[in-house]
Design a protein. Sequence first.
Length: 528
Amino acid sequence: MRRALAAWALLLTTVARQGSAQSASLAFSPSVAADARLAPGVPHVLAMERASHIRGVHYDLALDVTRSDTARGTVVVRFTQRTAREVILDFRGLAVTQVIANGRALPVNDPALWNRAHLRIPASHARVGENTIRVTFETPIAAAGASIIRSRDATDGEDYLYTLLVPSDAHLLFPCFDQPDLKARVTLRITAPARWTVLANGAATHADTAASQVTHHFAPTQPISTYLIAFAAGPYTSVTRSQAIAPNAPPVDVRMLLRASRLKEAESDTLIAMNTQALRWLGDWFGVPYPFGKYDFLLAPAFPFGGMEHPGAVFYNEQSFIYRERPTIAQTLGRQATIYHEIAHQWFGDLVSETDWPHLWLSEGFATYLTHVYAERTRGVEALREGLARDRTAIVAFAAENPQRMLVDTTFADPMELLNAYSYQRGSWTLHLLRRRLGDDAIAVLQVHPWPGNVRQLHDVLFRAAVLCEGDALTAADFPHIAALTVATPCSSSQVASDRRLSPARYRSASVRIVCASSGRTVILSVS
C-alpha cells in the first residue's frame, strides 16, 4: 500500500503461519466480559493463541451486492486445529443470521455467541483436526465507514463498488481470522446486477445468470492475508492487452478497469505498459516470477490511498492516474513510483508477509525502498539520493512529533496508526543502511518453496548463501528453521560515513535479531 535487492532482500519478514439446533444459552469460561480476547479489534493475545493452533484456513465467501446499502453473505470457514478448543472468529458487521459449527446450529441471539466484535464457537462444537463453520451475515455498503465502498459517478449517476480491508477491516466485511499470519485460500462468489463487471483476486471461472442478476465465480486464491482480499463491482469498462509479464513466458492478459466516464482521458496503453514493465523488472530482480497468475488493476474513484497491493487485483487512486491535461514529469514519476511500490508488494507483503502489525515496516519499507532502487537503476544514483532525502525529511518531521514511536511499534491502539513515516520511509532507510553494510551480492537469489500442504509460509524462504552477522555465519541450512525475526532500535545516535549527507538526523541505529529454531542460536546484525 502506498499513502496519498539481485535478491539481497533479507529474510526480514517473519513466519506467515500460515446439525441439531441448540436453544439454551451457551456456557463459556471465562466470562465474555472478563475475556481480553473478546475486546474490539484483534487483541494480540487472541492473535497469538490462534496462530499457535489453527492451520489450513479456507474461506468460501459468497456476497450479494445488488442492494444499495447492505451486502448479504455466507462464508464457510474451513480449518484444522490441534485440540478441540473454542474457536473465535472476528466480525463487526451489521448482523449475524445463522451460525452452524460442524453441522450443529448455534443460537444467534445469544450475546455469548456474538458480542458484535467476535463470534465465539464453544469447544463443544469444535473438533480436533478439520472444522467447518458456516455463517450468514450482513455488512454495510457506504461511501465511507464500510469495507465495501460505494462511489457515485456524477456524470452518469452510476454506482461503483470496491473493497478496502487494510489494515484490519476484513472482519467488517465477513467473519474471519483477521490477522496477517493466518493466510487462507479464498474462493469468492459475487452476485451483482446483470450489466455489472466484477473483479477479484482470483481468476473468473464462470457466471450464473438469473433474471436481472449474475453470480460471478472466481478460482481459489493462493494463501493470502485477510487484508489483501479484494473485489470491485459496477458498470466498469475495461481495456485488455496481451503482455509478457515474465521473461521466456507466454503472454497473459493484463486488464485495466475504470469508470466508463474516464476512459477517454485515461492513457490506457501507457498504464498497462508501465504495470507490465514493473512486473517484469521486479520478477527479474527478485529471481521469482510474478507469483499470482493473472494480473488486473483498477483505477478506483475516491480511493483514500495512492494504491493497494491486492494480489491479482491491484487498486490505484483514479485521480492520481488520470489527468485532464498532459501529465508533468513529476506526475509521471509519481505514478511510476506508485506502480512499482504496489507491484513490489506482490513479493514482499503478499507472497511473503509480516507476522503481525508491529512488523508492517518489513512490507512497506521494502516496497518504498524498491521504488528508489528502480529509480537508481534507470535514472542513476542521484535519483536514489533524491528519494532518500525526501524520506529523511519525512522521518525527521514524524520523529519530532512522535518522539516515543519506534520502528517496531507495539504501542498502537489501531493498526492504522502504523501507516506512518516510520513504516514507510524509515523502513526504507533501514534497508538502505543494511544494503550499504552487506552489498547487493551478499545474499543470493531468493527462492520460495511450498510448505507441506502447499501453504506458502515465510520460513519457506531460503537463501543460497551465507550472511556474515557480527562474526557469526548464518548459512543456507539455517533458513528453513527460522522461527522469528525482530528488529530492535537502540537509542544511540548513529551516522553512516559513506552516507553522511543523506542520513536522517537523530536516526537510531538498527539491529536485526534472527532466532534459529533448530539450534536456538540468535544472530544479530547491527547497522551503525
